[in-house]
Design a binder for this molecule. Structure first.
Ligand SMILES: NC(=O)c1ccc[n+]([C@@H]2O[C@H](COP(=O)([O-])OP(=O)(O)OC[C@H]3O[C@@H](n4cnc5c(N)ncnc54)[C@H](OP(=O)(O)O)[C@@H]3O)[C@@H](O)[C@H]2O)c1
Length: 177
């Protein structure tokens, strides 16, 4: 039995959650233990976390998880929650706007919109919350098969393609957040 406080990491097998999960398990004397939440405990990434000392548990349905998180934070009297979220693209344009397709019947950008939608759970529960919006992970540029990977143009120069004109692209390394 350990006295370590348990940190439940949603998306622990992913990029952002994985960085946090590894930071916890790699610091065994830090006073925290990692409960890694994943939809697939048998995946290679989940098993790798288990081998490093995480407790791996299965859970699904993103909005339901966020709702439970907000409710639990309220019930536990959490003084300050940090909800890593994304912009709800539907705040910027109507679902009926057919310049972008509507996906799953309710989203324009599903992996953003669901997180932005979940902000309301924390607001409704009255949990003091910081809504954390992070920029692009530079690590994406190194992920095999990722669309953001730099491609060498006809001039031999490596370049990334992003639909943002001449605006700057903010970013952060996974190990830095
Ligand atoms: N990548 C970026 O550049 C970037 C930049 C800024 C912010 N973010 C934000 O950071 C967060 C994590 O992104 P990431 O890049 O780490 O993504 P990721 O590598 O795809 O990891 C996300 C994890 O969430 C879990 N997941 C996916 N869909 C789910 C669902 N419907 N229900 C429950 N769990 C689900 C998956 O884990 P299992 O398959 O193990 O269940 C997946 O490994 C997101 O909020 C994202 O918007 C990402």
């Amino acid at each position: 039995m350990t006295d370590a406080k348990i940190v439940a990491v949603i998306g622990a097998a992913g990029a952002q959650g994985g960085g946090l999960a590894r930071a916890i398990v790699d610091d065994p004397h830090g006073g925290f233990a990692c409960r890694a939440v994943t939809r697939e405990p048998a995946s290679n990434r989940a098993r790798a976390l288990a081998e490093r000392g995480a407790e791996v548990v299965r859970a699904d349905k993103e909005l339901e998880q966020a709702s439970h998180l907000a409710g639990a934070a309220k019930a536990a009297g959490v003084h300050h929650a940090v909800w890593s979220t994304q912009q709800n693209s539907r705040d910027r344009g109507a679902l009926e706007d057919d310049r972008f397709p509507t996906l799953q019947g309710r989203y324009k950008v599903p992996h953003w919109d669901a997180k932005g939608e979940a902000n309301q759970f924390f607001i409704d529960h009255g949990v003091p919350t910081t809504f954390l919006l992070l920029p692009t992970f530079w690590d994406n540029l190194l992920t095999p098969g990722a669309p953001q990977r730099p491609q060498r143009g006809p001039d031999g120069v490596l370049a990334i393609t992003a639909p943002m004109g001449d605006m700057s692209l903010p970013g952060i390394a996974l190990g830095d957040h």
